[in-house]
Design a protein. Structure first.
Length: 170
């Protein structure tokens, strides 16, 4: 029997969702992961997991997967941990983000300028060295321990928080 390409999925979670739906409706399908092929680029620049069905089942398969495709097109954000589209945006807490960023610039700029020009200006001293060192250490404390922004997406199924579309916070 002749096979026909039904869909090319960008993630294994999406491909498994389509395949499981086809199995539930008694349609035989075959997956081909183009990213694992030994001839890279044979399928074009954008590879994915291709799902093939028999030509006699193609129309029925298209009708079955259309709701999944429509829901995926509506929600581009999905949870990379569990694959759920039940993801909602949460407000990023960057109330003091500008002030923290400016303070970090100050804490790096002043010690940097001191180290470059201290000998030329004749202001080098042990106390100034310690102040510059403490400002530089303070930069790392403020920059890495101070929360400039928090996660902006949360999965309602697994409660995982994400920054951007696919980067887990924890």
């Amino acid at each position: 029997m002749k096979e026909r390409l039904l869909i090319k999925c960008d993630t294994t979670i999406y491909a498994d969702e389509i395949t499981n739906l086809l199995i539930e409706n008694n349609i035989v399908s075959r997956q081909h992961d183009e990213g694992q092929d030994q001839n890279p680029g044979a399928y074009g620049a954008i590879t994915g997991i291709a799902i093939y069905v028999f030509e006699k089942d193609y129309e029925k398969a298209v009708e079955i997967i259309n709701p999944i495709i429509d829901s995926r097109n509506e929600s581009h954000v999905w949870c990379p941990k569990c694959g759920s589209y039940n993801v909602s945006a949460i407000a990023a807490s960057n109330k003091y983000g500008t002030a923290i960023a400016l303070w970090c610039i100050f804490l790096v700029l002043i010690p940097g300028l001191y180290l470059v020009w201290a000998n030329d200006l004749g202001i080098r001293s042990t106390i100034a060295d310690y102040i510059a060192l403490s400002m530089f250490i303070s930069f790392f404390i403020v920059a890495f321990l101070g929360k400039i922004s928090n996660a902006n997406y949360i999965c309602k199924d697994c409660n995982k928080q994400y920054f951007g579309k696919f980067l887990p916070i924890n």
